[in-house]
Write a protein that binds this ligand. Structure first.
Ligand code: ARG
Length: 439
């Protein structure tokens, strides 16, 4: 069933028909397509381009198609070229001649452009809502373990002491930026391409402001050529999705490392782990690994769409049909990854004792020892050197700095006095350092 054919003598090859058909994936847009068509038909009758009774009949027909799809009475299948052809053919078979008036003053080029924008808006809002839930989960996890201290790392080497809560709040900051990025993309894309028609508008006296407002856009697009061929907003959202996945992937990596026997900082719940078919003792962090792995898939989609758009002349080109599968897949992947991450965080156990042990064994107060000497008048660079020798000495003795006697410390610098022990205490250094910033 085709929407065209008048100027053709021969029928399309089956190979070409299958190659060209997008119904198997653009059926995702059925709701947006019908919503867009209803706004269009209301505008046509308001502007007197079709009669009010024709407009009402078409609107009713479209609403019936929507409810039949949603109730499962109507399956989106068959040899239709795309979702637009499916809906229009279905309408005409229900209403007869009047159904054929739906496409007056419209092209599939502005139709698909409006469908995708409507879909992208809903998807971005849903992703943002899910991230907000993840942010609350991270905040609660930090709060629940607010007394826990742990090593902070640079180069994956123990560096300075931090709190587990502060660590979680780092991810909270990242995910809050992600929400801002989505909101900014939403604001930019909020213009309606409906009424651009194929590329140069229409001679009918249509009302683009009316359809823009009906569909929840802030205004119609400024330029028709751009309106039908702009996919910037998909690329921008894909970039935002990629950054979200990058953040999720970093957090996944931490959870994988922390849950190893070597670290033992956390235990992932049975609900979000799997076993091995051969090694009975194994409990694998598959959820985190899958999120890390799926990040590549979302990056791939970004590069796909960017590359597809590269060098395309104005205006619409069929290449653009290739925006859909990667974008739909990314929306699904990002949503499930955020949800699985939140589930994993809600159910994991934080092992505060193990983290504290790692703090003690890591010379994590070495910077504070240097700061102490600076306070007593030594230049920082010299203090750095002195503490370096203390660490070497401790390593040979297998002890921590605070375990050295004052006499031993004085052997490195006469500036050491009794007060040093309190100064370099882990909890005290937290008090002086990041605790201030957490307020
Ligand atoms: N299925 C197409 C797409 O997804 C929309 C149809 C536009 N087709 C056309 N022949 N102008 O981009």
């Amino acid at each position: 069933m085709k929407l065209w054919g008048g100027r053709f003598k021969e029928s399309e090859s089956k190979l070409m028909e299958d190659f060209n058909s997008s119904l198997s994936f653009d059926k995702t847009l059925y709701k947006q397509d019908i919503t867009g068509s209803i706004a269009h038909v209301e505008m046509l009758s308001k502007c007197g381009i079709i009669s009010v009774s024709e407009g009402n009949l078409i609107k009713q027909g479209l609403e019936e198609i929507l409810s039949d799809i949603e109730s499962g009475k109507l399956n989106i299948e068959g040899s239709y070229e795309d979702i637009h052809s499916f809906v229009e053919s279905n309408l005409t078979s229900r209403l007869g001649e009047v159904g054929k008036k739906l496409h007056t003053a419209r092209s599939r080029n502005d139709q698909v452009a409006v469908d995708m924008r409507l879909y992208a808006k809903e998807a971005a809002k849903e992703v943002a809502e899910n991230i907000k839930t993840l942010v609350s989960t991270l905040t609660e996890l930090g709060e629940k373990n607010s007394g826990v201290i742990m090593p902070g790392y640079t180069h994956m080497q123990r560096a300075q002491v931090v709190t587990f809560k502060y660590y979680m709040l780092a991810y909270v900051s990242m995910f809050k930026r992600d929400v801002k990025r989505l909101n900014s993309a939403l604001e930019i894309l909020n213009e309606s391409p409906l009424g651009c028609c194929a590329l140069a508008g229409t001679t009918y006296n249509i009302d683009r402001e009316y359809t823009a407002e009906k569909l929840g856009f802030s205004k119609p697009v400024d330029n028709f050529l751009d309106g039908v061929s702009d996919r910037d907003y998909l690329i921008e959202l894909q970039a935002a999705f990629s950054i979200i996945m990058m953040h999720l992937s970093r957090l996944s990596e931490e959870l994988i490392i922390w849950s190893s026997k070597e670290f033992g900082f956390i235990q992932i719940s049975d609900e979000f782990a799997t076993g091995s078919s051969i090694m009975p003792q194994k409990k694998n962090p598959d959820a985190a690994e899958l999120i890390r792995g799926k990040t590549g898939r979302v990056y791939g989609a970004l590069v796909s769409i960017l590359t597809m758009m590269k060098s395309l002349p104005l205006a619409y080109n069929k290449d653009m049909q290739e925006d859909k599968e990667p974008f739909f897949d990314s929306v699904k992947t990002v949503l499930s990854s955020i949800q699985v991450m939140a589930g994993m965080l809600k159910t994991l156990t934080v092992k505060g004792d193990r983290m504290k042990e790692a703090v003690k064994l890591g010379f994590l107060n070495a910077t504070e020892v240097a700061d102490y000497l600076v306070l007593k008048g030594m230049p920082f660079r010299d203090a750095h050197g002195v503490v370096g020798s203390i660490v070497l000495y401790c390593e040979e003795k297998s002890c921590s700095i605070e375990e050295l006697s004052l006499e031993e410390l004085k052997g490195f610098s006469q500036l050491f006095e009794e007060g040093v022990y309190e100064y370099i205490d882990y909890e005290n250094s937290l008090e002086k350092g990041i605790k201030n910033q957490m307020k």
